[in-house]
Write a protein that binds this ligand. Structure first.
Ligand code: ZN
Length: 243
């Protein structure tokens, strides 16, 4: 984008012919379709505005969960091809969340530890452009967020996770796998297997005690209370890692 602007500016400043200037202008837009990912009428907050917002609202900081919560296990599926899109969406396996979300999760992990349990994160903060991609692949807003409103993941206030046995890091049995777009994945769905039912209940209880609410169609997805106070963001993990 920047290169394109420079080229255009240089072409104008040097008084080149009209044709050349028009070509430069076309180059700018053909090469870098401006805000193409924002065609759904939502303009998410970018990195600079996010950093600016931290001056008056330090609670809006996106915290690296792996560093913040000792023993947390990550299995960031969108950084692999093992997800419903079949494509690698993230360029790195990172889990970020806003500070109050991270703090609540730290308390949950500490409480679960007493029972020999831990947490495995499948997804946390998600850049808005990934939400657009999911919608364009799947389109069913029962299971993927609408790009017109954005996801609570985009606000750094939603977590996809499951329980693990702390010692072995093996996942506890649940009614379905992650991102199963079926009615069996609904937290209200009847479960024949008593162990899977018990584990699902344990997870939901642990999360709800610290201010999360389970999604009505995904047992693994939890929204943090107060998510409305946090903007939809479109910041890459690379930018956050540089902080
Ligand atoms: Zn989710």
């Amino acid at each position: 984008m920047f290169t394109g602007i420079l080229f255009f500016a240089a072409a104008c400043c040097r008084g080149v012919t009209h044709v050349a200037a028009v070509s430069a202008f076309a180059f700018l837009f053909i090469s870098f379709p401006l805000s193409a990912q924002y065609k759904y009428g939502l303009e998410p907050t970018g990195y600079r505005a996010y950093v600016e917002s931290l001056k008056n609202h330090p609670e809006k900081e996106l915290v690296d969960l792996e560093k913040y919560i000792p023993g947390l296990v990550l299995d960031i599926r969108y950084a692999t091809t093992n997800n419903f899109t079949g494509e690698r969406i993230y360029d790195r396996a990172k889990a970020y969340a806003r500070k109050p979300v991270a703090e609540a999760l730290r308390q949950i992990q500490a409480e679960l530890k007493k029972d020999g349990l831990g947490i495995k994160i499948f997804d946390a903060y998600r850049p808005y452009k990934a939400t657009v991609k999911f919608y364009e692949v799947y389109r069913d807003t029962t299971y993927v967020a609408s790009p017109y409103s954005g996801s609570r993941h985009n606000r750094g206030c939603a977590l996809d996770l499951t329980l693990i046995e702390l010692k072995s890091a093996v996942e506890l049995k649940m009614p379905t796998g992650y991102d199963s777009f079926t009615k069996q994945a609904w937290p209200s769905a009847p479960v024949a297997d008593p162990l899977a039912r018990k584990n699902r209940q344990r997870l939901i209880q642990a999360m709800e005690k610290y201010g999360f609410r389970v999604n009505s169609s995904e047992w693994w997805h939890f929204d943090f209370k107060g998510w409305r106070d946090f903007e939809v963001l479109d910041i890459d993990f690379e930018e956050l890692d540089r902080q």
